[in-house]
Design a protein around this ligand. Sequence first.
Ligand code: CO
Length: 134
Amino acid sequence: MLGRLNHVALAVPDLAAATAAYRDTLGARVTAPQALLEHGVTVVFVDVGNTKIELLEPLGEGSPIAAFLEKNPSGGMHHVCYEVDDILAARDRLKASGARVLGDGNPKTGAHGKPVLFLHPKDFFGTLVELEQA
Ligand code: CO
């Protein structure tokens, strides 16, 4: 069921500063910032060849990463995203095995325009897991 690592997401308090650090200090290719209102974040992707790093900054009221940044004011790893071929089949299999799917259980459209779901971190050893239909 589980495919490639699509990205590792880092929550950051200052997206412009984090983007500059990856682009200028580390010499990485970065995308333009993308505001994802439905997800309450602004994202920049860093291309590291074999995968991507997703830099996340809170957007709007009640951003899902606001509480995370309160606990981790300098930022930190927020989630990992794995690819799956069929997100609904993956969801049903996970639910049948007792894993908790966050939200209403229906996929939302992610930053790449593809359906995504998030799985409860307590079911995966303290790490928030995102699944994206490849
Ligand atoms: Co993500």
